[in-house]
Design a binder for this molecule. Structure first.
Ligand code: NAP
Length: 239
């Protein structure tokens, strides 16, 4: 039976690569996006996927999106919590609004989507959640304290939820990317990129496809005894 995967933030970058990777392997794919409608429509057409506009930081919109996927495909077998934002700021310049938006998007978004899909996964005693964290959630990044905190929270949520739902046949894991070549890093200068390459043992940025491959693995039956784990895909930046 074809598996149904829901990917949040599938219009660009890592999420778009996940949409393509799962579709290429015969999964039925639904994905959400915020504002990139043209890109979302193009990928949906290319992959035969269902694209849904939904702000991940709104629990109502996330509930409606999950209802729509279940109405369309019948269920969600795999959830990939990928939608996210990043921002550079001195800690003392982070406003209440900046802090709240970061946490609402990167952490609450994954909570809302996981809470929405879990009841039906629990009743079927099967399912899988893959969260996209970040190496900065593991080791912390200067001038990205709110981002790092949101991703550290996601790692904590992954471990705790994995324990809670394991006996219901559900696995919960994280992929924790290093520096990946997407729009999220488009603001970096050539000097910044060179510095990252120098710090990375494999000597380059990762590709969104390399993250999608790790997500595919964790979502597959080949990872059937893996839960609560943080899989670093960072070129050796964190060892
Ligand atoms: P990206 O290219 O900027 O794409 C972000 C995606 O998230 C887009 O599809 C965007 O939708 C969606 N999104 C953002 N805010 C949203 C919201 N409020 N509601 C719904 N969707 C929203 O970023 P990326 O590099 O692919 O990053 C994907 C994930 O990987 C993020 O969680 C990020 O923190 C994580 N990550 C990235 C890196 C990296 O170096 N790139 C490293 C570690 C972790 P629209 O297109 O509609 O805006």
């Amino acid at each position: 039976m074809e598996k149904i995967v829901l990917i949040t933030g599938g219009s660009r970058g890592i999420g778009a690569s996940c949409v393509r990777a799962f579709a290429n392997r015969g999964y039925k794919v639904a994905f959400t996006y915020l504002s990139s409608k043209q890109k979302a429509d193009k990928i949906a057409k290319e992959c035969g996927a269902l694209a849904i506009q939904a702000d991940i930081s709104s629990s109502n919109q996330v509930n409606d999106a999950v209802d729509l996927v279940i109405k369309h495909f019948g269920r969600v077998d795999i959830l990939v919590n990928n939608a996210g934002i990043s921002e550079f700021s001195l800690f003392t310049d982070i406003t209440d609004e900046m802090w709240q938006k970061m946490l609402d998007t990167n952490l609450s978004g994954a909570f809302y989507a996981s809470r929405a899909v879990l009841p039906s996964m629990i009743s079927r005693k099967a399912g899988c959640i893959v969260n996209i964290a970040s190496m900065w959630g593991e080791v912390g990044a200067s001038c990205e304290v709110h981002y790092s905190a949101s991703k550290a929270g996601l790692i904590g949520m992954t471990k705790a939820l994995a324990k809670e739902v394991a006996l219901s046949g559900i696995r919960v894991n994280c992929v924790s990317p290093g520096a990946i070549d997407t729009d999220m890093n488009a603001h970096l200068t050539i000097e910044d990129i060179d510095a990252i390459k120098l710090e990375t043992p494999l000597g380059r940025l990762g590709t969104p496809e390399e993250i999608a491959n790790a997500v595919l693995f964790l979502a597959s039956d080949e990872a059937s005894f893996i839960t609560g784990q943080i899989l670093g895909v960072n070129g050796g930046m964190i060892i």
